[in-house]
Design a binder for this molecule. Structure first.
Ligand SMILES: [Fe+2]
Ligand SMILES: [Fe+2]
Length: 244
């Protein structure tokens, strides 16, 4: 199976909006141009959140229309920049929001790692609720290999980015360590590609389609290497990062 992993499109309500000096809609168009070269080899696509920068319905409609050019399904989960209700309520042709899906004998479990502040706004750091952690525990009752998808990364990188990742990552990692069916955990949010394995489980953070950061630069300083990941899932999982 060939999986396309996109993240952090950060689209705005207008196609000419600029964020941090880049036009995210232009970057998405460029990415789609690149993806079309591989389109016949891809089975489906996942997007690990921050599809929108401003949470507007218009931004999701732009994403839905642009990604409709791709000939395979596109499944999404939400990030801290997304408006959960605008993401799931809008009648999309292409973007599919669902708790889990099975493709070619592999379960894909989509988690909501976005935590709310006391005023109801989304926090930047991630947190898995007890309900979401319980969904992970129930993976042990399934026989299929499982890939977990959520916006916030789990593993530290020893850089400023560690301030932004999943707060209760130790709880998550101890659950995953007891479930050999979990073969990969895919995330976004850091706008920087990062891969590591614990045992045979791949932890992969894809680059962003929009702005791009580096752990070598100052926080949020643009690194100009947006891109996406292609994963090949066979007995092992291999990955290839494509820069725009
Ligand atoms: Fe983001
Ligand atoms: Fe994010």
């Amino acid at each position: 199976m060939r999986l396309l992993h996109l993240s952090d499109l950060h689209l705005c309500s207008s196609t000419d909006a600029i964020i941090y000096g880049i036009n995210p809609f232009d970057n998405l168009q460029k990415a789609i141009g690149n993806i079309r070269a591989f389109k016949d080899t891809i089975d489906f696509c996942v997007i690990t959140g921050d599809i929108s920068n401003d949470g507007s319905k218009e931004s999701y409609e732009l994403a839905d229309t642009a990604l409709s050019l791709l000939p395979f399904p596109v499944y999404v989960t939400n990030g801290n920049h997304d408006d959960y209700h605008n993401l799931i309520d809008t009648k999309h042709r292409k973007l599919t929001f669902c708790p889990w899906v099975t493709r070619q004998g592999i379960n894909f479990l989509f988690l909501n790692s976005v935590a709310n502040a006391e005023d109801g706004t989304n926090r930047s750091k991630g947190l898995l609720s007890d309900k979401e952690l319980e969904r992970v525990r129930r993976v042990k009752d399934q026989n299929n290999p499982t890939i977990i998808l959520m916006h916030h990364p789990v593993l530290t990188t020893g850089s400023w980015m560690d301030r932004r990742i999943l707060i209760n990552r130790d709880d998550f990692l101890s659950v995953v360590a007891s479930i050999p069916q979990v073969v990969a955990v895919l995330s976004g949010h850091n706008h920087r590609s990062f891969k590591n394995r614990i045992g045979t489980c791949l932890f992969s953070t894809s680059p962003s389609i929009s702005t791009s950061y580096s752990d070598q630069l100052r926080p949020y300083e643009e690194a100009f290497s947006p891109g996406f990941d292609l994963l090949t899932i066979e007995a092992d999982i291999t990955y290839n990062t494509i820069n725009l």
